[in-house]
Design a protein around this ligand. Structure first.
Ligand SMILES: Cc1cc2nc3c(=O)[nH]c(=O)nc-3n(C[C@H](O)[C@H](O)[C@H](O)COP(=O)(O)O)c2cc1C
Length: 323
């Protein structure tokens, strides 16, 4: 199950989300949202980087392209206890392109190699890279293979490959996760060509597909499917490691305690935590009521149990079953 990971997703995989995902999957590798090197260098380090010990194994994803800054920030991340550092070479957003990092780095493998080397020299934890198979009109195979060759020579031995190109002009980040076609075969060719660890990402949404890809890759990373339908993390854990899933009452109990603690210590609003749990009972009776309680009622609730206990009841005792 260490071969399953939950993708870095801005606004989604914050520390509250990761705490919740860990309850569902004791073994999956969890990634932070991308944090830019500048935000860590000049911002509130604790706010950007703190996490709950239960989140291990947890990987810090960095955005940046300045080797010295990334080395400094990697050291700070290692000091916080992250299990690995991952460099974002796959994000196509305009903002990220202005900062000259993310997917546009696919065209600058020598610079990425310098970044990886600087980080590797600075810390003992693994440095990994998340990339696309290419960008724009470049030939994907030529670009991906030359990227992996150069970056691995600098010491990166694990690549997370989002198996579609990014088109840097004309598509929104959302479209860039849907429109460019997936090419798992090319990622598999890279796996066979290089003796490296390749983790496949992009469009994988079922337990069966995940298991099938695990035959060809060192790991599978799920993004949207894990966030929108988090029950898949439990199903994968049961299938791959035999761990029986925690029941909903146990998960709700743990989240009540967590939310109360986060509020007491940091003033965290309840809905900032419950919003990540919305998809858990997808498809079950009472799921609509659960969603309403967790998104709307949680804005006004005094205590976490005021919404999470009724939400649990809505699932375990849906109205039509109550006498
Ligand atoms: C809301 C959202 C935010 C994302 N933020 C990041 C990010 O910060 N860093 C990154 O490398 N990829 C980011 N991605 C891309 C995902 O990590 C992943 O590569 C992509 O969604 C494809 O995987 P999927 O089809 O399993 O969702 C984001 C995706 C979504 C949906």
């Amino acid at each position: 199950m260490k071969r399953i990971s939950v993708a870095p997703m801005m606004d989604w995989t914050d520390r509250h989300c990761r705490f919740f995902h860990r309850l569902l999957s004791p073994n999956a590798v969890l990634y932070t949202e991308m944090v830019t090197a500048n935000a860590i260098l000049h911002g509130d380090k604790d706010r950007h980087l703190r996490f709950d010990p239960s989140e291990h194994p947890v990987v810090l994803q960095l955005g940046g392209s300045e080797p010295n800054d990334l080395a400094t920030v990697a050291k700070i991340g290692a000091g916080f206890g992250y299990d690995a550092i991952n460099l974002n070479c796959g994000c196509p957003s305009e903002r990220v392109q202005k900062g000259a990092f993310g997917a546009c780095l696919m065209a600058e493998p020598d610079l990425v190699a310098d970044c990886v080397k600087a980080m590797k020299d600075a810390v003992d934890i693994p440095i990994t890279v998340k990339c696309r198979i290419g960008i724009d009109d470049y030939d994907a195979k030529t670009m991906l293979f030359s990227f992996i060759e150069k970056v691995s020579a600098a010491g990166c031995d694990t690549f997370v490959v989002h198996a579609r190109k990014a088109w840097l002009k004309g598509l929104s980040p959302k479209e860039n996760r849907e429109v460019p076609p997936l090419d798992y075969d090319l990622a598999h060719e890279a796996k066979k060509q290089f003796g490296l660890s390749i983790i496949l990402n992009g469009g994988i949404a079922t337990v069966d597909d995940t298991v099938a890809h695990l035959a060809n890759f060192d790991g599978v990373m799920l993004g949207r499917a894990a966030y929108q339908n988090p029950g898949i993390l439990q199903d994968l854990e049961t299938t791959l490691s035999g761990t029986p899933p925690r029941g909903l009452p146990e998960i709700v109990d743990a989240m009540i305690a967590y939310a109360a603690d986060q509020k007491a210590r940091y003033g965290a609003p309840l809905n900032a935590i419950t919003r990540h749990m919305v998809g858990l009972p997808n498809g079950r009776r009472g799921a609509r009521r659960w969603r309403q309680l967790l998104t709307v009622d949680s804005l006004r609730a005094e205590k976490p149990q005021d919404v999470l206990i009724p939400a649990l009841k809505a699932i375990s005792e849906p109205p039509e079953l109550v006498a």
